[in-house]
Write a protein that binds this ligand. Structure first.
Ligand SMILES: Cc1ncc(COP(=O)(O)O)c(C=O)c1O
Length: 427
């Protein structure tokens, strides 16, 4: 007879053997870090906002793959579109045209602001930034970029060169030359460094990895005016903010800004497929692809499966009015987080965000780490921000319910209290 205890130890043994393979064959440091952080389990099933672990624990996904799962996990419309495409033709020969790419590109041209009308596809956020940087150089004949301190644009050579944290750049130097970093949220700082060699300014509309720092109203519009006057392109990186996350379909719409190039990834795949997109104007298209349509390519970019997912994801986002839902739920979440720790003054520095891109800045880094750990033990996944370890972030699916928001807020309050008393005991 197999007892419950036998079954539990068999599951534990399975979990440990998989984690051991990560230690031996993937990344020992990461394995240690995840185990230490309270994430020593396997994710085996997911639906909506809930992830089921091998141990049987169910977690609320308030990290949302850093913006990937805006529609939740396995959104039925996206899964259905991908399954139908899978049964017909998943990947392209690259010799012919195919309908999913044509339809997605048409839709992106319709929903993106201003004159953005052509799409180049890749498979990730960093690749969409790589394309944007190359296009800006080719379109302007200039070589330099302006980026911001704390910015995150990816970790490939080009995207890393415009990522605003020395810690990630230095070990891989020398970088692609020509990037100047200026403080985020200062248009004057941008104006001061533009010159006749500047190809583009690249900006997030909310710095994600930088610690969930929204652009102040007017900043993006000012940078747009300054860049236009200087003949410099504006690249808006919406990889994390795109598709309703901040309460508008695109973050730059908060300031009514029309970039020359926009980058998208994460949520565009509907939480089912990887996809990156670089969307640009006619002028950029002519300059980049006019002479040679093969000047920049990607074997898998724009494949049928990814484009079918993208098209379905856009449809659901617009039809279900997820941007508006993000505004409402974001307000409820931020109010809840603030009140959950209102009795412990000095612990929290700030709760900030836009829509459902929310960051909590603690006065002390240890409280941030222990809170993430405590929330994991209470069945809520929250995340770090790479460039600001005092900030924890919440990016739940935009479909999150009020009761799930309240559950996460309770777990947060309890975890902060626990962290504070633990640190007091140590002192
Ligand atoms: C704003 C922004 N740009 C680019 C990237 C890089 O995307 P990926 O990790 O898909 O390469 C990220 C990833 O977090 C991001 O947040």
């Amino acid at each position: 007879m197999i007892t419950e205890t036998d079954e539990t130890s068999a599951i534990e043994a399975h979990i440990n053997s998989v984690i051991e393979k990560y230690r031996q064959y993937v990344n020992p440091g990461l394995t240690r870090l995840l185990q230490f952080g309270g994430f020593g389990d396997l994710e085996v099933f997911a639906e909506g906002c809930v992830v089921t672990l091998a141990s049987g624990t169910q977690c609320l996904d308030f990290l949302g793959g850093y913006g990937v799962f805006s529609l939740g996990h396995r959104n039925p419309a996206v899964v259905d579109a991908v399954k139908r495409q899978l049964d017909r033709m998943p990947l392209s020969t690259r010799a012919y045209f195919h309908e999913p790419q044509a339809l997605l590109s048409e839709r992106l041209a319709q929903v993106t602001p201003g004159e953005l009308s052509y799409s180049f596809y890749s498979n990730s956020g960093a690749e969409s930034v790589e394309a944007a940087l190359k296009f800006a150089r080719k379109a302007t004949g200039r070589t330099k970029f302006v980026s911001t301190e704390g910015a995150y644009h990816g970790k490939t050579m080009g995207s890393l060169a415009v990522t605003g944290r020395e810690k990630y750049r230095k070990p891989f130097g020398p970088m692609v030359p020509g990037t100047t970093f200026v403080p985020f949220n200062s248009a004057d700082a941008v104006a001061a460094v533009l010159d006749g060699d500047t190809a583009a300014v690249i900006l997030e509309t909310v710095q994600g990895e930088g610690g969930i720092v929204p652009a102040v109203p007017g900043y993006l519009a000012d940078v747009r005016r300054i860049t236009r006057e200087a003949g410099v392109l504006l690249i808006v990186d919406e990889v994390q903010t795109g598709l309703g996350r901040t309460g508008r379909l695109f973050g730059c719409e908060h300031d009514d800004v029309q970039p020359d190039i926009m980058t998208l990834a994460k949520a565009l795949g509907g939480g089912v497929m990887p996809i990156g997109a670089t969307v640009f104007t006619q002028e950029v298209c002519d300059a980049v692809f006019g002479e040679n349509p093969y000047i920049h390519t990607s074997t898998f970019g724009g494949n049928q499966l990814a484009c079918a997912a993208g098209l379905a994801a856009l449809q659901v986002t617009v039809d279900d009015e997820l941007s508006a839902r993000s505004v409402r739920s974001g307000a409820r979440l931020m109010a809840g987080l603030r009140s959950a720790v209102s009795h412990a003054p000095g612990v929290l520095k700030e709760v900030r965000g836009l829509g459902l891109m929310v960051g909590v800045e603690f006065a002390v880094q240890d409280v941030a780490e222990l809170t993430i750990n405590g929330m994991a033990r209470r069945g809520v996944i929250a995340g770090y921000t790479l460039n600001n370890p005092k900030v924890i972030r919440f990016e739940p699916p935009l479909i999150v319910s009020d009761s799930q928001l309240d559950q996460a807020v309770n777990a947060f309050g309890e975890s902060v209290n626990e962290a504070v008393s633990l640190l007091q005991d140590i002192e």
